[in-house]
Structures are given as C-alpha cells and as structure tokens.
Ligand binder design. Structure first.
Ligand SMILES: Cc1cc2nc3c(=O)[nH]c(=O)nc-3n(C[C@H](O)[C@H](O)[C@H](O)COP(=O)(O)OP(=O)(O)OC[C@H]3O[C@@H](n4cnc5c(N)ncnc54)[C@H](O)[C@@H]3O)c2cc1C
Length: 464
C-alpha cells in the first residue's frame, strides 16, 4: 500500500488536528538535542489520549509504517530522531497530572507531562519526586521512563526505574497494556513494565505512568567543597555518608576544566579566590535546619583537618544554594559553545573514576594537543560525563569517531559501561557490544521480536 493511502487514512481516522503530513511538520520534530542530522518524518501524530495512540499504531501496523515516539526531545543519544519513512508520535499533548495520593505517596500522570511539572506538583502536595536533571523544563516523564533517566537524585532515590510503580503502554499493533496497579508487591509472573523502562521507545509507547513520591525533607543544606584530588573526593563522600547516611541527597563532582567553562559560559563569579582541581556540590537532608547546618560545618572541619577539603562554602539561604547549583548548569550550554559537543556518559567502578579521567586526558592530549575536554558527573553513583569540543580535534566525522573510539577503548579497559544514563540510541550503537555479551544481545532481540514482530517501533535505535 502506498504512503498516500496510509496518510489519508491516518488523517481521516485521527483528524487533521492530530495528524499532519510530513511537509507540514515543523523542524523542531526533525531532530533532538543530540545534534543528530535532522530527518523529516512521514507524518507527525500528536494524540490526546491512549485511544488515539492505539488507533495510530493499529494503522501503522496495518500499513507496516514505522513509529518513532517523541517526548521532550532533550535526549542525547539521537534516539528520538525520526528514521526515514517513519511517523513521529509526540506525547506533548498528553500532559495531564491525573491524580496525586499523598497518603500512598503516588502520582498518576500522562506520559507527556514535563519532569518539572511533576516536581512542582509533588512539592505543592508536600512531597518530592526523586528524579532531577538539567533538562527538567522540557523533558517528559515518558522520555524519562524510556531512557531510565538518572540525574542528581540517584544517590538517594535511585534511577527513574525506582520511581515507577506502574505503566500503561501501547504495543505496535495497538494493544493497550494497563499495568497500573498501585502495589509494590506483585509477584505474578514477569514484571512486564520493566521491559519498557529504558527501552528507548523500541518496544511500545508509554502513555501513563504511576509514579512514587517521597516524603519532603524537613531541612536541607548545600555546600560547595574544594578538594585537591579524586581520592580526597571519595574520602569526603564516605565521610558524609557515614555521618548523614541516606541524607546525602546529591554529590556532583566538577573538574576544574568544567568549572572554568561554566564560569565563562554562564558569566558567573568564581566561588573561591583560587582555582582547585575538583569541586563537589553536595546536598544533605535532615530533620532540623540549625542542627543540620552545624553538623555540616563540623564534618567539613574534620575533612579539612584530614587534608581532604581545602576550602568550602555552606549556603546560608535557599537563594545562595540555588546560586551554587548554577555552577552545575553548564551542560545546557554545551551546544552553544562546542561545535559540535562530543558528549560521553559512562559508568565506571567508582574508585577508578579519577584514574579514568586522567587516562582520557593523557590519551586525548597525546593525539589532539589543542583539544578542549570537560569532566563532570554524578560521581556518587559512578557516572562520569566527558564533553569534548569537536572543532578542537579537527571537527570531521572521522575525527569525532576517533575521539569516541579512544574513550570507549578506555571504558573497556576499566570495565565500565558505555552509557550510564543517556541510553544507546543511534550514537552508541557501534559500542553496545563493549558493555553487553552476544548472549545478552540475543536475549534483547528475542524480547523485541516477541513484542514488536514487524520491527516497527523506533527501528534502527539501540540495535539493528
Ligand atoms: C541540559 C541537559 C541535561 C541532561 N541531564 C541529564 C541527566 O542528568 N541525566 C539523564 O539521565 N539525562 C540527562 N539528559 C538527557 C535527557 O534529558 C534525558 O534522557 C531525558 O530522560 C529524555 O527525555 P525526553 O522527554 O526529552 O525524551 P526524548 O529525547 O524525546 O526521547 C528519548 C527516547 O525516549 C523515547 N520516548 C520518549 N517518550 C516516549 C514515550 N512516551 N513512550 C516510548 N518512548 C518514548 C524516544 O523514542 C527516545 O528513544 C540531559 C539533557 C540535557 C539537554
């Protein structure tokens, strides 16, 4: 059947307000934040309900047309970029917060609601949501589920997977799986929803999510700490965790290269009189504001005496805490300042992260003496980000590939993972086998074949 017949049927079934032909699709749906070359979709579908998603997918199956789900398009692996001949299915209109139950600590939302809207609704209800990341204003809960997003809260609350109690998913043939029972314990065979978390839209479309909320902390403290080296950073983390336990809510490490870029791109004043090899932004939760502040001061003094901390600022107000966190917002500026930004998101055994960063720096400098590379990450959970300015290594596709090959070679040497949280998408497909065995890949393909036998869901992403 021709695409014309499919498009006519799609528009007559869903209406011209929901389905648009490719020629009319605005450019913002052609690519995502990753810098992947844009591709015009065959059509754009923006459903308002699960029933409309199901109707669209039934038609796609009947006409064997591929579907690329799109959330907030902030993904960094190219996973939401339309493939040729596919429709883009945007969840942006399915953005209702349907129900908040503070006694049970649950919130049910449609998949297109933004992360920030969920965070704000949780706070308004006197609770908090456990995931936070820089793209919060644009990324959607469905995208967070589909990438199993991480971010700043993983140390305390775990990844997105740990915040999901239930999912509603539509399969490629239009079948709706309503897995929304509000229970933690449900050992009735396979926990099907887990297959869709982190699947990057390759198994079905997430339409509703039942989220877990956490009790709001009674008191919080933020400190910015300067340290001489990575071993000191690990010692400070251990010291904080031994004192505050699960009250250590975030531990974000920034190498000096990152701090200098952040100061310049965001036009911020330097926090300390001198430059230091490493800064950590640390958030702590507690029960009583003044006791927490006192405890933080005391632990920092002990760390200074031990030579682990060289200097520190403890925020005295919410405004000062927000100003300190501004330093960590440079990733939102990467695309404006690097041409292109070659971004890495790797996981490593925590104790090896410092040595890994040094090995990268040495390997890059040996080959590209002019290179500009930044190191930062959610080091509390073993996740390091590296961003390299493409134009400082030659800027050609071959040069970018060479930088990637060099870094992923080191990831293999250090027994790490090529993606800690951003996913595989298109960008990391060639390196997937560095972190997965042939047997694991075969099991993934078997699951894909069972749930999407025609291979219509986000084809060409994660694996071929
Ligand atoms: C400044 C900045 C900071 C970031 N920081 C972090 C960070 O700290 N931690 C982190 O993990 N990520 C981070 N990211 C990456 C990105 O924000 C996350 O991956 C986010 O979860 C993507 O959500 P999205 O709605 O934008 O998804 P999109 O980019 O639209 O899509 C991502 C993938 O999910 C699929 N998808 C989207 N919605 C659905 C759905 N409803 N059903 C099925 N599949 C769907 C798409 O097909 C695609 O495969 C950052 C990005 C930016 C730009």
């Amino acid at each position: 059947m021709s695409h014309e017949k499919f498009l006519d049927e799609l528009i007559s079934t869903l209406g011209a307000d929901v389905a648009q032909r490719g020629a009319d699709v605005p450019e913002r749906y052609h690519t995502d934040w990753s810098g992947t070359p844009p591709q015009r979709p065959l059509a754009l579908v923006r459903p308002r309900s699960t029933q409309e998603v199901s109707a669209a997918l039934r038609l796609c199956t009947a006409h064997q047309v591929a579907v690329v789900p799109q959330g907030g398009l902030t993904g960094l692996a190219g996973a939401a970029v339309p493939s040729q001949g596919a429709i883009a299915l945007s969840l942006e209109r399915m953005n209702t917060i349907e129900n908040t139950d503070t006694r049970a600590g649950l919130m049910q939302v449609q998949a297109g609601v933004t992360l920030q809207a969920v965070q704000e609704a949780a706070v308004a209800a006197g609770m908090v949501f456990g995931v936070d990341l820089g793209a919060r204003g644009s990324c959607q809960i469905g995208g967070n589920v589909s990438t199993n997003a991480g971010g700043n809260g993983v140390l305390q609350h775990g990844m997105m997977r740990e915040q999901v109690l239930g999912l509603e998913v539509v399969l490629a043939d239009g079948t709706v799986l309503p897995m929304l029972r509000p229970m933690i314990k449900n050992n009735t065979g396979y926990d099907l929803k887990q297959f869709f978390i982190g699947a990057e839209g390759t198994l079905g479309v997430v339409t509703r999510v039942l989220l877990r909320l956490r009790p709001a902390p009674q008191a919080t403290a933020t400190t910015l700490v300067a340290m001489p080296d990575f071993d000191a950073a690990l010692a400070v983390l251990a010291r904080m965790q031994s004192h505050f336990g699960n009250g250590v809510a975030a531990y974000e490490l920034m190498w000096d290269s990152f701090v200098q870029a952040s100061l310049s791109w965001l036009q911020l004043g330097a926090p300390f009189a001198e430059r230091h090899p490493l800064l950590a932004l640390i958030n702590m939760d507690g029960k009583n504001e003044s006791q927490l502040q006192g405890d933080v001061q005391q632990v920092l003094e002990e760390a200074m005496e031990a030579g682990e901390v060289v200097d520190a600022i403890v925020a005295q107000s919410v405004a000062q805490a927000q100003a300190l966190w501004k330093l960590r917002e440079a990733p939102a500026e990467l695309n404006n300042n690097m041409h292109p930004a070659i971004n890495f998101d790797v996981s490593l055994p925590q104790a090896d992260i410092g040595r890994f960063a040094q090995a990268c720096e040495a390997a890059f400098s040996a080959r590209w003496p002019q290179k500009h590379a930044l190191y930062f990450g959610h080091v509390g959970d073993g996740n390091l980000h590296v961003s390299v300015d493409g134009k400082t290594v030659g800027g050609t596709p071959e040069a970018i590939e060479a930088v990637e090959a060099e870094l992923y070679r080191l990831v293999g040497e250090f027994q790490g993972s090529v993606s800690a949280e951003h996913g595989i998408g298109l960008h990391k497909k060639p390196y997937l086998q560095a972190s997965r065995t042939q047997e694991e890949l075969a099991a993934m393909r078997a699951i894909k074949q069972a749930l999407d036998p025609l291979g219509l869901m986000n084809p060409g992403k994660v694996f071929d």
